[in-house]
Ligand binder design. Structure first.
Ligand SMILES: CC(C)(COP(=O)(O)OP(=O)(O)OC[C@H]1O[C@@H](n2cnc3c(N)ncnc32)[C@H](O)[C@@H]1OP(=O)(O)O)[C@@H](O)C(=O)NCCC(=O)NCCS
Length: 202
């Protein structure tokens, strides 16, 4: 076989493989759109993250910049005060949250929702569930940081009743982004009671 024929075969293979890969991706997205009525709130079950969830959690994570690896998740979840939860509907993991337990507060380390499922109330339910664990006599606030460039994240937490209480610089190795420190106090829970979109369901 001549060099030209080999090159043509390789190009054809590359085109066919690319087409098959794209079809799989499109089918997955269409699958989600078929499963859920888009533009309507999706009610999720929130349960502890288990090892079997890792492929789906990693798939969500890889949709965003600077994703955690499986090793990052494993190392984090092995720490005694770190909890992982997933938001699941119809057997699909649509979002996850990792948080730390401290004496007087919860600290959210990471929260993310599959991009096709954004703006359907999934992260709201994850945060509402955590806020429901706040107690004046024990953990009375939720803390977290959001990158300066992550406007969607800031708007989400503002909507949830968090306040930006400090801005620091030099927290990230990969960018010059400032870190916005957000805080949610148990009193915010009372203020937002009745306005939470899921309060009518629980
Ligand atoms: C931030 C994030 C978790 C929000 O998840 P979500 O499930 O889409 O959020 P919800 O649907 O519960 O949003 C609740 C409200 O927050 C606000 N909000 C959420 N995303 C927003 C956006 N992109 N732009 C403006 N407001 C937004 C809106 O007020 C929204 O209510 P509405 O849809 O009725 O207007 C999601 O965008 C995400 O996974 N981002 C990537 C990871 C990340 O940035 N995590 C945060 C830092 S760790």
């Amino acid at each position: 076989m001549s060099v030209t024929s080999v090159a043509i075969v390789l190009i054809l293979f590359w085109l066919v493989a690319g087409f098959v890969f794209m079809s799989i991706e499109v089918n997955e997205c269409q699958g989600m759109e078929r499963e859920f009525a888009m533009n309507q709130m999706v009610m999720v079950d929130i349960r502890f993250l288990i090892r079997r969830d890792m492929p789906e959690v990693l798939e969500i994570e890889q949709q965003f910049s600077d994703p955690w690896t499986e090793d990052d998740f494993t190392a984090s979840l092995m720490i005694r005060n770190v909890i992982g939860v997933v938001a699941e509907a119809k057997g699909l993991v649509l979002g996850y949250m990792i948080y730390e337990l401290h004496k007087r507060e919860f600290r959210v380390v990471s929260i993310a929702v599959y991009p096709q499922m954004h703006r359907l109330g999934i992260a709201t339910q994850l945060i509402d569930k955590l806020a429901g664990k706040l107690n004046e006599n024990a953990r009375e606030k939720i803390l977290l940081t959001v990158r300066e460039s992550n406007l969607a994240g800031q708007l989400f937490f503002k909507r949830m009743g968090f306040r930006c209480v400090a801005i620091t610089h030099g927290d990230y190795d990969d960018t010059n982004d400032a870190a916005y420190h957000f805080e949610y106090l148990i009193t915010a829970l009372e203020k937002t009671t009745g306005t939470s979109r899921i309060s009518k369901f629980v």
